[in-house]
Design a protein around this ligand. Structure first.
Ligand SMILES: [Zn+2]
Length: 84
């Protein structure tokens, strides 16, 4: 099995920005990898939300990255807020 794609690649997959070859390889990986499938589902939900808003379509990747990074650092920022 190929190694897990990084987050940027998964975003491009969900955003249909990859070549047909890459899309096929990654789709196959996501279908057999629970970790990537979970992330793929989360990204699809986030991007669907962005698309509903419409005007930020060009910034899908930036938006998703900011949301994802907030999810990842949530514990730390909670601590920071309490300290501040
Ligand atoms: Zn994976």
């Amino acid at each position: 099995m190929m190694p897990c794609p990084n987050e940027r690649t998964l975003i491009r997959l969900v955003d249909q920005a990859l070549s047909l070859d890459e899309t096929e390889r990654l789709t196959e990986h996501v279908s057999v990898c629970a970790v990537c499938r979970q992330q793929d589902n989360a990204l699809r939900t986030l991007i669907a939300d962005v698309r509903v808003d419409g005007e930020v379509e060009l910034n899908v990747e930036a938006h998703v990255r900011s949301v994802v990074s907030r999810l990842y650092v949530r514990d730390t920022s909670d601590v920071d807020e309490r300290v501040a």
